[in-house]
Design a protein around this ligand. Structure first.
Ligand code: PBG
Length: 319
């Protein structure tokens, strides 16, 4: 049954379509800015006008949506740039919603503080045992403000990626109170502390200035804990879940698929992208086949959709 492409297509168990792919964008201040990220060839910091152009291309390719990150002009201790009415992601959302083509995409706001805080952590910092600590509960209020301001600026979905306890319930309550009851929450329910986020921290300029994220992101050894995190987020009102990273955690994605029925995405993170790009640059892997195989693996593991920096490339290959 493998002798021809038509026979293989007939018995293929898993499909991959452009609509299953979410494309991350990094929006930065300025105009006409298109700055390539050193460790992520083909990925750019884009000013709002360039982001709209990129989104219109993404829409033409039939992608499922965009995941928006922001690089604010200035950072502070509280990550003010995350929730200000005229924050960079909020500006981007308004501009995308003003474009007939771009607004057809599902616009997802990444809700976190690390791109906006001067210390680069995902929450409020207080003095603690190691000289510092992330203070969970005061952070929730700031995340909720961020989610509400993104929803008001046009986000179709908000996606908290901070890994604070209780954020989904707090965000849900804040959205409902602010008149955004129809905005769904895609929670990064299962997010592991990972070396594979390295290049992202260059892209989003969000490397922690001290310490690491191991006290709030999960230990890579723990699958059962990931299931518990998913149960907690769904109990708090998450509508969809996101699993992250993808390739080193395909077993966790599979376990989640067998446990819950909500829509689930998986994030092929920056390091997964960069290592493939490095191998392509060296001529060590067949680019087109490796891109599609890596994404098919994510779909086969059970994810309904994939967040990937290869979204445009993959959509062109699938066309
Ligand atoms: C923000 C956030 C990160 C990523 C997505 N949202 C960085 C981190 O947690 O360090 C990583 C995405 C990627 O590596 O592509 N908290």
């Amino acid at each position: 049954m493998r002798r021809s492409e038509s026979l293989r297509a007939l018995v293929r168990e898993t499909v991959l379509e452009p609509g299953d792919l979410i494309y991350p964008l990094f929006i930065c201040p300025g105009e006409g800015v298109r700055r390539e990220i050193g460790s992520m060839p083909g990925v750019f910091n884009l000013s709002v006008d360039e982001a709209v152009r990129e989104a219109e291309e993404a829409a033409k390719l039939g992608l499922g949506g965009l995941l928006l990150f922001g690089l604010p002009a200035t950072k502070d201790e509280q990550g003010t740039g995350a929730w200000e009415e005229n924050g960079i992601v909020q500006q981007g959302l308004r501009a995308l919603k003003a474009s007939a083509a771009a607004k057809k995409l599902v616009l997802i706001g990444d809700v976190c503080l690390c791109e906006y805080t001067s210390h680069g952590h995902c929450g409020v910092i207080v003095e603690g045992r190691d000289g510092w600590d992330v203070d969970n509960d005061p952070t929730l209020e700031l995340l909720a403000r961020t989610a509400v301001s993104q929803a008001k600026a046009g986000a179709d979905v908000v996606a908290p990626s901070d890994m604070m306890d209780g954020r989904v319930a707090t965000i849900r309550r804040a959205l409902d109170t602010a008149g955004c009851a129809n905005t769904p929450i895609l929670s990064y329910a299962s997010k592991f502390a990972s070396a594979f986020y390295g290049p992202f921290r260059e892209a989003a300029d969000s490397a922690p200035q001290f310490g690491d994220r191991k006290t709030y992101q999960m230990d890579g050894a723990n699958l059962r804990e990931a299931m518990r995190e998913i149960d907690l987020d769904l109990g708090e009102g998450a509508d969809m879940i996101l699993m992250k990273p993808a390739m080193p955690y395909l077993d966790v994605i599979r376990a989640a698929r067998e446990r819950v029925d909500v829509p689930m995405g998986a994030y092929q993170v920056s390091g997964e992208y960069s290592m493939l790009q490095a191998a392509f640059a060296k001529g060590w892997l067949d680019r087109d086949r490796a891109i599609l195989e890596s994404l098919m693996g994510i779909r086969r593991a059970g994810a309904d959709f994939a967040v990937t920096y290869f979204a445009k490339n993959a959509a062109m290959l699938l066309a």
